[in-house]
Design a protein around this ligand. Structure first.
Ligand code: PLP
Length: 488
């Protein structure tokens, strides 16, 4: 008899050894988070470490111990920095330990949330119900968890297009459009909305980016004028995108006015709430978001101000039928049955692009259960207070200049010791930012407002304390004095 080859699987050959390694991994991971404040916010990846990542894939096993050792020495020490209390760049979340453990457990169970009759789908449905409650959406509204704000905006705008096009976009495609379809937003709208409009076949030019007022919110008169002019020119306006927190300055458009206008004009009202929608939890922001509950669709990010580990976003759509009609396609091999594993009408793959979907709902669900929504609300409210605290520090220092009204938790300012034009100040502030980052002190990012380069501090961080902002301001002014002579 021929001997059988040894039975091989991807499970551990030695469960005891892997168990010990896994426990060490958890300990290392918790140390890493617990001690985050002691490390530099960011440091560049050294070239010898970077060179490591050009090696070809191994054909033979190195084993779990060796693979993990490689991670510990070459990956773990060089993070982006967004867990650190002084990371305020772009618009990130700072993560939570329980959220990370949720990601682990979701991967261990490894269900596919495309659909089917298993409990994970109920978890996602419950998380979506929680989001509806939070935003004041009706219980019969529809929703989906997605990778983040970009996909959430894409889904919302896709539903807007099919609901508002006036012809069967799915069957006929955009070439059947009797008139060009147009979408309206302010110049401050996030770039992912433009990507969505492009990918939906409307073209960049169909996204009408309208001027803002002094507080960086959409100018409603400009919107009314553009709608009238475009209609007169034969276009078919379909949707308005309101920003609930712009990425530059955190400005919140007048959502009630936009809801009224969309109703009068028969337009779909989409809200990009990637930053601000979850601030419905915070007493000091909620009143500013009035009107979000009237949107036809809202994009939310849970991996920003709720700190769920990346990736986690969500989209809510008021009209469940329109949502399903935009994405549902059920070939025989995906037929929904009345009994068994394929039972149930809740197939999330009917509501978005992805068929196979991970169990991202679990980390959200565990995080919310762990902390309760009110604590998230307090964390958000504190960040808003910290933004105003930073604003006071800036106001108190004659060499610092606030460049935009503080929108929620975003502060845009520059170092301006006087006697220099905007171009020189831009170069000077860019150098300050580079040094603040390279010295590992803090990680703000930057933007340009009215042609002025500014340091941009987006405080979506549950670890920041007041002293972190004191240190930022001291460092910016100290580095400013140090390098100003290079920028006469
Ligand atoms: C971050 C952001 C997005 C994009 O979301 P991702 O989660 O990065 O895909 C969209 N809109 C606004 C206002 C954002 O801040």
């Amino acid at each position: 008899m021929p001997t059988e080859p040894p039975y091989e699987t991807l499970d551990p050959a030695d469960w005891g050894a892997l168990r010990a390694l896994a426990h060490r991994m958890v300990d290392d991971a918790l140390d890493y988070v617990q001690n985050v404040r002691e490390r530099p916010v960011w440091q560049p990846t050294p070239p010898d470490v970077a060179a490591h990542f050009t090696e070809p894939a191994p054909r033979a096993p190195a084993g779990a111990e060796a693979a993990y050792a490689d991670f510990r020495s070459n990956i773990l020490p060089y993070p982006m920095g967004n867990l650190h209390p002084r990371f305020w760049g772009w618009y990130m979340g700072a993560g939570t330990v329980m959220g990370a453990l949720g990601d682990f457990l979701a991967a261990i169970m490894n269900p596919n949330l495309g659909g089917g009759n298993h409990v994970a789908n109920l978890v996602e449905a419950q998380v979506i119900d929680w989001l509806k409650d939070l935003l004041g959406f009706p219980a019969e509204a529809s929703g989906l968890l997605v990778s983040g704000g970009s996909m959430a905006n894409f889904v919302g705008l896709a539903v807007a297009r099919s609901a508002q096009a006036g012809f069967d976009v799915r069957a006929q495609g955009m070439r059947a459009a009797p008139q060009p379809l147009t979408v309206y937003a302010s110049t401050e709208v996030h770039s992912c909305n433009q990507k969505a409009v492009e990918l939906l076949g409307l073209g960049t030019q169909a996204l009408r980016k309208l001027p803002v007022t002094a507080d960086f919110t959409l100018n409603l008169d400009a919107l009314r004028a553009a709608l009238a002019a475009d209609r007169a020119a034969g276009m078919r306006p379909i949707a308005v995108i309101g920003s609930a927190g712009t990425v530059n300055t955190g400005a919140i458009d007048d959502l009630t006015a936009l809801a009224d206008l969309c109703r009068q004009e028969g337009l779909w009202f989409h809200v990009d709430g990637a930053i601000g929608a979850v601030a419905m939890l915070a007493d000091n922001v909620r009143p500013l978001l009035r009107g979000i509950e009237r949107a036809d669709s809202v994009a939310l990010d849970l991996h920003k101000w709720l700190h769920v580990p990346f990736e986690a976003g969500g989209v809510l759509v008021r009209h469940a039928d329109a949502h399903r009609r935009t994405f549902s396609l059920t070939p025989e091999y995906l037929a929904h049955e009345a009994r068994g594993l394929a039972a149930g009408s809740r197939w999330f793959s009917d509501l978005g692009l992805q068929l196979t979907r991970n169990f991202r709902a679990l980390k959200v669900w565990l995080s919310v259960k762990e902390h309760g929504l009110d604590r998230f609300g307090r964390m958000i409210a504190r960040n808003v207070q910290q933004a105003h605290y930073l604003g006071e520090l800036i106001a108190a220092d004659p060499a610092l200049e606030l460049l935009a009204p503080i929108g929620m938790d975003i502060v845009c300012f520059r170092y301006n010791p006087g006697g220099r034009d905007d171009a020189t100040l831009s170069a000077l502030n860019k150098e300050i930012l580079m040094l603040v980052q390279e010295r590992g002190i803090a990680a703000p990012s930057y933007t340009t407002l009215n042609d002025r380069y500014c340091l941009r501090v987006a405080i979506a961080n549950h670890r920041s304390v007041a002293a972190d902002f004191d240190l930022l301001v001291q460092s910016v002014t100290q580095i400013g004095r140090e390098v100003a002579p290079q920028f006469p």
